[in-house]
Ligand binder design. Structure first.
Ligand code: DX5
Ligand code: ZN
Length: 215
């Protein structure tokens, strides 16, 4: 089962509640929430208050992608705000194993994120402890960038590691995902597709989501 997670980074910031509701009505599976701190990546977006604000507008899982230094400091804030899934970059986490355990103890699904320049084996030590691995298919920080084809090799390596160990771990991809690149990622082994501009540039969100899902 392939899941599609629209990224609200490409949505209208002045009416995020309605945006999330529209994604829900259009058949989204998860809502992807991009948190940037101006340190790990240059832009600053929003923090746990955004999750709190949109929480009443949908029952879909809120999937928070933390592009922040010291992500362990954010766990309690996002749990209290109503996040369901929390992912942290391996490049930003000095104590990755402890951070993953803390996310799970807080009752959320735990994800780890790999930048395009990070080897797939960086996921290996915690692979059995996570619910999903997010393979970035652009360098994080901005929506609307072009898909990096070299990331497909990492997806294949992650898929092989997960299947070899028979782990119930999803592979999420994020960045430059459109119907064409989505299909390439699914063929390589991805199961959760994040898409920002490819969803919100279409007037018909349901059609955009279905096309990304490959329907
Ligand atoms: C990039 C973010 C993505 C971004 C994707 O740093 O993590 O989630 O919103 O945007 P598109 O789909 O436009 O590449
Ligand atoms: Zn993201």
């Amino acid at each position: 089962m392939i899941k599609v997670a629209p990224s609200i980074l490409a949505g209208d910031f002045s009416r995020m509640g309605e945006t999330v509701q529209a994604c829900d009505n259009a058949g989204a599976d998860w809502i992807h929430v991009d948190v940037m701190d101006g340190q790990f990546v240059p832009p600053i977006t929003f923090g746990h208050q955004m999750v709190e604000a949109i929480r009443p507008y949908t029952d879909l899982p809120l999937d928070v992608h933390l592009m922040v230094e010291q992500p362990e400091k954010q766990i309690a804030f996002f749990q209290q705000a109503g996040a369901d899934c929390l992912s942290v970059h391996v490049e930003a986490s000095a104590h990755l194993h402890r951070t993953v355990a803390a996310i799970k103890e807080a009752g959320m699904k735990a994800g780890i994120v790999l930048n395009p320049g990070t080897p797939a084996y960086a996921a290996e030590p915690v692979l059995a402890d996570v619910d999903y691995v997010l393979q970035m298919t652009v360098n994080p920080g901005f929506g609307g960038q072009s898909f990096i084809p070299g990331a497909l090799a990492n997806i294949k390596k992650l898929r092989a590691m997960i299947d070899e160990r028979q782990l119930p771990v999803d592979i999420q991809v994020d960045g430059g995902i459109n119907p064409t690149t989505a299909q390439q990622c699914v063929q390589a082994g991805a199961t959760i597709l994040v898409a920002g501009s490819a969803v919100f540039k279409e007037a018909d969100l349901a059609k955009a989501i279905a096309q990304i899902r490959g329907q």
